[in-house]
Design a protein around this ligand. Sequence first.
Ligand SMILES: Cc1cc2nc3c(=O)[nH]c(=O)nc-3n(C[C@H](O)[C@H](O)[C@H](O)COP(=O)(O)OP(=O)(O)OC[C@H]3O[C@@H](n4cnc5c(N)ncnc54)[C@H](O)[C@@H]3O)c2cc1C
Length: 484
Amino acid sequence: MALRRIVIVGGGISGLTVAYHLTRGPRPPRVTVLEAGSAPGGWVGSAAIAGYRVDTGPEALLARMPAVQALLADLGLDEARRAPQGSAFIWARGALRPLPQSSVFGVPNKLMPLLRSGLVGPLGVLRAGADLVLPRPRRLPPDPTIAQVLLPRFGSQVFANMIEPLLGGVHAGDARRLSVRSAVPEVAAAVSGRRSIYLALRGREPRTGSGPALIGFEGGIEQLVSAVAQAVRAVPSAEIRCGTRVSRLDPLSPGGYRVTIEHGAELLADDVVLAVPAPVAAALLAETAPDAAAAAAAIPHIGVATLVLAYAPSQIANPLAGTGFLVPPADGRLLVGCTWLTSKWAHLRPADGAPEKVLIRCMVGRDGQQSWQDLDDEALLAAVRRELAESMGIHEPPEAVSIRRMPGAMPQYVAGHADRVAAIDAALVQRPGLHVIGSSFRGVGMASCITHAGLLAARMTSSITAPNTTPSPDSPVVAHRGTR
Ligand SMILES: Cc1cc2nc3c(=O)[nH]c(=O)nc-3n(C[C@H](O)[C@H](O)[C@H](O)COP(=O)(O)OP(=O)(O)OC[C@H]3O[C@@H](n4cnc5c(N)ncnc54)[C@H](O)[C@@H]3O)c2cc1C
């Protein structure tokens, strides 16, 4: 029987991980990953600056998820894992203030550490404590926002100075738009049916004994992408083609799909996995699954940029004793967060002492604050430097700068997100062998991408025993069309 042909559109961590799992068995299918960019990885990326290589996209991975642990072990990456050092601050009430250790996703679960942090004033702490005595909230909408659930319980100070900046760091989102169920399912699950959110979360102390929750890699997150890509490429029936942008997808009769690549080449496939951002998926699904396309098109995305600044240690008076800081959106700053890279990651420092350079990574751009896109690099840097001067007292110019702009990088799981994903699933039932995956849909972080990619690959593998239906599936599958 001819090998089944699977085309994966998009070589970010989601598409690569699907390809990885599909190609593990003794008789793997033909798997072709089509990636528009010049290298696999999607938003995972790095820049060389002042003799260092640093992550410009994701830099930390939620390592406690079983699928992540299994993947790292399979790839032999356990040794390369590195734990971040220190804890985070929030730039609030005119100073950098430590984020209380006792909080879960920015929601306080103890009041004394909150008071000591200075993040909110005494009245704010009292107001947060009201959650203990307030009656159970009534009549929330079917898919409430984070603000609708948490603001009435904890009051405006905790909301503005803890909950919103933490969400900014993870989602670049607006808590008044994000769905609590889709954006922070852990909080939604913990508080479901409970009267006091504070008490519900008190039972959720950070787990110990299973290693750090977040990890990076010596050599950056690209190590992970490279290892997955290398494992896929090592399988004779698999390939990753970069610089290959898919422009169209059509169903074939009686089954299978035609995948059209920009400039006219075509591939025929039994199964297609769209592992691309929702707007791209929407365009590709427009003819083949219009209802799924409409639902995908309704998932908003916003742009972010990262700026890495390198300083001589003598230029920085601030001790940078932590991982960095987050910025409440209510303060109207451009900065969303700032990572003190050479403090956070020991592998960026020599074993025996202080780093030769101090590396600071700044992120700008969040839902409702996209004005950075109107600034050229020079103006963007100047604006960021003004805020670094105000928050950290750094007035001198950096010795080197690297700027990466990422328009449309961050999906926003706004209220109604789960319904949109359910609508995509329902529409695709009519299109056997066609799948949609990626951070736009079921989890914005890499760990969720890895988890869902594994689940999808398992489902596909179990259906691969079915005979293929694609016309001439094993013959050369690339045909060139003159024009489109
Ligand atoms: C600045 C930033 C910081 C982040 N930090 C973290 C972090 O610390 N930890 C964490 O867990 N997550 C973080 N994330 C989120 C993380 O990057 C994403 O969850 C993850 O990279 C998404 O992977 P993906 O494969 O689903 O999508 P993508 O990375 O978007 O990959 C999709 C791929 O599809 C390709 N593509 C698009 N259109 C086409 C087409 N027509 N044809 C072929 N290919 C196409 C793209 O080139 C891309 O390679 C961060 C994101 C950003 C932007």
